[in-house]
Ligand binder design. Structure first.
Ligand SMILES: [Zn+2]
Length: 88
């Protein structure tokens, strides 16, 4: 005997609202905590040789880094991002 199984349309079977953790207050607060408050300031020090090259940083590089860092509002992702740029 042939049995046809038709998948039910998404949400048609269940009346239970979908979980949306991104709307939970604790997670909104958490995202806010790991979001940028202001744009970064360029470094005010004058390092330009040796390990620190602060003076040679361009504003667009700083902004790019800032943007990439805050692309995710999850601390774990931000930590992973920093590890990529850490000196060994
Ligand atoms: Zn410096």
């Amino acid at each position: 005997m042939e049995v046809n199984v038709n998948p039910c349309a998404e949400g048609s079977r269940s009346r239970k609202p979908k979980r949306s953790p991104e709307k939970w207050k604790c997670n909104i607060d958490k995202a806010k905590r790991h979001s940028a408050k202001t744009l970064p300031d360029p470094p005010k020090c004058n390092h330009k040789d040796g390990a620190l090259q602060c003076k040679t940083l361009k504003m667009h590089e700083i902004l790019k880094f800032h943007e990439n860092f805050y692309r995710s509002k999850c601390k774990t992702d931000q930590d992973k991002f920093l590890l990529k740029y850490r000196n060994p």
